[in-house]
Design a protein around this ligand. Structure first.
Ligand code: DLL
Length: 433
């Protein structure tokens, strides 16, 4: 398997730390002199750029949050004049103003480089046909994958999201070997292929690069067996660059972080203390090569662990565990924490249910209620009420014992829960806080 940039992807720890320290100093200087927001924050903390000399000083720097980006909407945190910006993306978010990000020409080239690494990690080469079914537009998925695909020399098919029948026809006619989309859309496509009458042998699909939303190991197995491909997890966020921050290799045991560009830390989200390697906590990134929008200690809200052991693939880049939730996705139901991914794991273990579900949270008479609506596999959808009742009881007790939370289960017919072409929405929280 080709490693795109052996120099950086297989560097020894001392070499990497040295490189990161240099880049960190340059970044701190850049933001101090070019972004009033950072200068003020550093001055408040009694810090000048001369106080940041190595990675050991990183913890002295203030954190940056999504709210800081919103407060400085749209361009307040940019570190270059707008004439240097060649691309603008934005993530809509469900509440409040969009988060706006800008790239210089060098940033676009960094992005293409890290995406070329990502695709090479998944075994893609110039001989591949890459069907990009992530949305093109302000979302970073489509164009991020696009530039990486072109950089490795693959034949890029920029079909964008949606129009499922056309996706399948072109997948067959153009001979797509690599599919890029969200895992929920991959599953939707898998089901649509089964129904389309097109046989799997007519397709050349080999591997998928899936991300932009959390997905469990069970979901991976489901996609791999339905599409008969290898499903690779890719991670990123617009604020840091888009996709290309981290990606799995063919070993599928953690995502290699491109740490020569994005310096990771894990913190305790409550105390904000930096946690030792291996601890579960919130992932924080400092960009150390970005020009347009460098970010210092950006709090992602994503929960994971870091592992520094060398991977079997030969890469030494630190790996993050598959990220199964965000601190702000965590539901607290009658005081008990629940991640939607816990529910997904249980549902996928049962052969009677499909991984299409919705969690509905409410508060009735001051008590939190949780309802799960889940689709039942065609073969198990019975007319006999008693059979359905016993299936419902089975799901309910499996979930209650896995999560410790009492809930109501409602079984629904196949294809009644709305499918997503991009990021899926699994939770409706009607509580008023
Ligand atoms: O989702 C960038 C992206 C596009 C990544 C295509 C991968 C593929 P945003 O829209 O800014 O950017 O959303 C970023 O999505 O903080 C995570 O919470 C979540 N996320 C992204 N990738 C994964 C993943 C893109 N592989 C937010 N697993 C992040 C779990 C992910 N969550």
């Amino acid at each position: 398997m080709e490693i795109w940039n052996r120099h950086f992807e297989c560097m020894d720890r001392d070499g990497m730390s040295h490189f990161q320290s240099t880049r960190l100093r340059e970044t701190v200087e850049r933001v101090y002199f070019n972004v009033p927001y950072y200068r003020n924050k550093m001055q408040e903390a009694g810090l000048g750029p001369e106080k940041i000399n190595s990675l050991d000083d990183l913890h002295k720097l203030p954190f940056t949050t999504k709210q800081d980006l919103r407060d400085n909407y749209p361009y307040g945190l940019f570190a270059v004049p707008m004439s240097e910006i060649v691309r603008i993306h934005a993530s809509s978010g469900t509440t409040g103003k969009a988060t706006v990000v800008g790239y210089t020409r060098n940033d676009i080239s960094t992005w293409s480089e890290v995406m070329a690494r990502t695709l090479s990690c998944a075994g893609a080469t110039r001989n591949d046909f890459m069907q990009i079914a992530y949305g093109y537009g302000l979302f970073t998925g489509g164009l991020g994958l696009h530039y990486g695909g072109e950089k490795i020399g693959a034949s890029v098919i920029p079909i964008s999201g949606g129009n499922t029948m056309r996706q399948i026809q072109l997948m067959r006619d153009f001979g797509s070997t690599v599919l890029a989309c969200t895992p929920s859309y991959a599953l939707f496509l898998a089901e649509a292929i089964e129904e389309s009458g097109i046989k799997r042998e007519e397709l050349k699909l080999r591997v998928g690069v899936f991300g932009a939303e959390p997905w469990t190991e069970e979901m991976r197995r489901e996609i791999e067996s339905k599409l008969k491909i290898k499903a690779i997890d890719i991670y990123g966020l617009s604020e840091i660059i888009g996709p290309g921050v981290a990606s799995e290799c063919m070993e599928q045991c953690g995502l290699h972080i491109n740490e020569d560009h994005f310096l990771p830390e894990i913190i305790d989200p409550d105390t904000l203390e930096v946690l030792p390697a291996g601890s579960l906590g919130e992932l924080v990134f400092t960009t150390i090569t970005k020009e347009g929008l460098p970010l210092i200690r950006y709090r992602t809200r994503d929960l994971t662990r870091l592992k520094y052991e060398k991977c079997k693939c030969g890469r030494t880049l630190v790996r993050m565990e598959k990220c199964l939730g965000r601190s702000d996705d965590m539901l607290i139901i009658r005081g008990v924490n629940l991640f939607p991914s816990q529910v997904e794991s249980v549902l996928l273990e049962m052969e009677e249910t499909k991984p299409h579900y919705m969690l509905i949270v409410d508060r009735i008479n001051n008590l939190d209620t949780l309802e799960l609506k889940v689709e039942v596999e065609e073969d198990y959808f019975q007319d006999r009420i008693s059979e359905l009742q016993s299936l419902r009881d089975k799901i309910q007790s499996a979930l209650e014992s896995a999560t410790g939370i009492g809930l109501k289960v409602t079984l629904v017919e196949p294809k009644t829960i709305q499918r997503s072409e991009g990021k899926s929405q699994r939770v409706i929280d009607n509580r008023k806080f």
